[in-house]
Design a protein. Structure first.
Length: 444
């Protein structure tokens, strides 16, 4: 399988997603903090909204791969020692190493499901009684292996950069398993066989020294990458990634920019405040990206090949984008010009658009002021609904794709409560290249 990502907006040809399933059903209100959720989700509605998004991607010309079947294929085809290593790692991280001997006996499909939705103690017959199992029974906690309800946010565990897939390191224990599952599926599924980068196990490092999540990484061009230094991605890991992996593997890469993000859940990744929507056009949270009278713009550091990192004096994110992509580059403010709606719609993923091609993006319909701001830039809104028939939906999408610029909106009432938008929910694997301009010499 070819990996080809040298922009955020090239026509999308292949994308990996994970349709939410029983793993979100197995999460109760008592698990919310542990699982990084603000509320429990309605499973049928969540799955329907996700399926609608996948339909839009498919109708726009992308091959949509589902992680579940890919993981089953990988567990079927992988060598026994690789399969055992994955199971051992998952069980060790879950604090239940004694469970591994039973799980490796499961068939590939059952194991793939169990590694995602979690495994109850009573599914594991014949194991010696352990104190952990007894303790779980006293707390009405049935899990030997907990579920991974955040797995639908496929952007974060691994990220396609140019011709490789970078393996992430999650900042929280609740998501630690996700990169292992995604990387295993992409490596061992016969139709995949994807080359991986930055995959060495560094689990002995403390989290501040090894966290890297895909929502923080934007491929701006064949020559430039931008990464959020955030609550989920550490400065140490950004520097290691650039110096040990990205620069050596990609000779055409000239610069990596690190955006100094607030350490706050509301802006947990760079793509919660910035996404690329068309040539020369970004969607983002203006106060942090350009600065206002009351809010200073985020600082930016630059990493260049064979040079020490440097903090750019006085340059905001928007300045960097204009320097690298052209002085005409503009920012559409998430929430429009009203500071109240800028804050509200940033929280509801108004800046988290995924592009299916230049000028064609997916966004939640609830972000009305953001959509109005996009309409001011020539975007036509194509409103989609789960109640549309397949034929109605196909016609609407086809009409929208005929427009030079279109925002495909749907309610996303459940998905948005999980704290992620269209970009969070997708892992692009292949985009068509854009017409390339010559690399610039930065003057910042």
């Amino acid at each position: 399988m070819e990996i080809a990502i040298d922009s955020e907006i090239g026509p999308l040809r292949r994308v990996l997603v994970h349709r939410p399933g029983e793993e979100i059903v197995r999460m109760t209100q008592h698990d919310l903090d542990l699982m990084l959720f603000d509320d429990i989700l309605a499973p049928d509605e969540t799955a329907s909204e996700h399926a609608l998004m996948a339909d839009v991607l498919r109708e726009a010309g992308a091959e949509v791969l589902q992680l579940g079947p890919l993981l089953t294929e990988a567990l079927t085809a992988a060598p026994d020692d690789a399969r055992r290593e994955l199971v051992d790692r998952v069980c060790e991280q879950a604090g239940a190493p004694g469970v591994a001997a039973r799980l490796v006996e499961w068939d590939a499909e059952r194991l793939a499901i169990g590694l995602v939705r979690g495994v109850f103690w009573d599914e594991l017959q014949g194991l010696p009684t352990s104190l952990a199992r007894l303790r779980a029974g006293t707390r009405n906690h049935r899990f030997a292996i907990t579920p991974v309800p955040n797995l639908m946010f496929m952007r974060d565990p691994c990220m396609a950069v140019y011709d490789r897939v970078v393996v992430g390191r999650m900042a929280t224990a609740a998501r630690a398993r996700e990169p292992w599952l995604v990387a295993f599926a992409l490596r061992y599924a016969p139709r995949a066989g994807v080359p991986l980068l930055f995959e060495a196990d560094d689990s002995r490092r403390g989290t501040p020294y090894r966290s890297l999540e895909g929502g923080d990484l934007l491929v701006l061009s064949p020559h430039v990458v931008m990464i959020g230094c955030s609550i989920r991605t550490s400065a140490q890991t950004i520097q290691r990634l650039a110096e040990e992996a990205l620069f050596p593997a990609h000779p055409r890469l000239h610069r990596v920019y690190a955006v100094m993000m607030p350490e706050a859940r509301s802006v947990m990744h760079l793509d919660t405040i910035l996404t690329h929507v068309d040539r020369g056009l970004f969607l983002g949270h203006q106060p942090l990206l350009a600065g206002t009278q009351d809010t200073p713009a985020l600082r930016v550091a630059r990493l260049s090949r064979d040079r020490e990192p440097e903090l750019l004096g006085g340059a905001a994110v928007l300045d960097v984008l204009r320097e690298e992509l052209g002085a005409e580059t503009e920012l559409v403010p998430c929430g429009g010009d009203d500071p109240l709606y800028q804050e509200r719609e940033q929280w509801t993923d108004g800046a988290n658009a995924v592009a299916m091609g230049p000028g064609h993006v997916i966004l939640y319909a609830r972000n009305t002021h953001t959509i109005r701001a996009l309409e001011g830039q020539g975007f036509a809104e194509v409103r989609l609904s789960v109640v549309h028939t397949e034929e109605q939906r196909r016609e609407l999408i086809a009409e929208g794709l005929q427009q030079p610029r279109a925002v495909f909106s749907f309610s996303g009432s459940e998905l948005s409560r999980a704290r992620g938008g269209g970009r969070c929910l997708t892992m692009p694997l292949e985009r068509e290249p854009l017409a390339e301009s010559s690399p610039k010499v930065s003057s910042l």
